[in-house]
Ligand binder design. Structure first.
Ligand SMILES: [Zn+2]
Length: 68
């Protein structure tokens, strides 16, 4: 029985899992090519950086104009 190693004594204890967190911002990705990089044009429209698809659910507004 000398060759028996108890793994509980041998390994260091595992760290507890971190608390689940809600993502701090909405995450967008292109449904066509799965990238998460986009190009914003001066007119305010957003296109996918990889395939050029129009991204309709991302809206860019000018907050300073809206406050007036
Ligand atoms: Zn794309």
């Amino acid at each position: 029985m000398k060759n028996v190693i108890r793994l509980d004594d041998y390994r260091e204890p595992r760290r507890p899992a971190r608390e689940p967190r809600v993502p701090d911002a909405p995450r967008f990705f292109c449904l066509n090519c799965d990238t998460d990089q986009f190009k914003l044009y001066a007119s305010g429209i957003v296109h996918c950086a990889a395939c050029g698809a129009l991204i309709r659910n991302v809206e860019v507004i000018n907050l300073q104009e809206r406050r007036r």
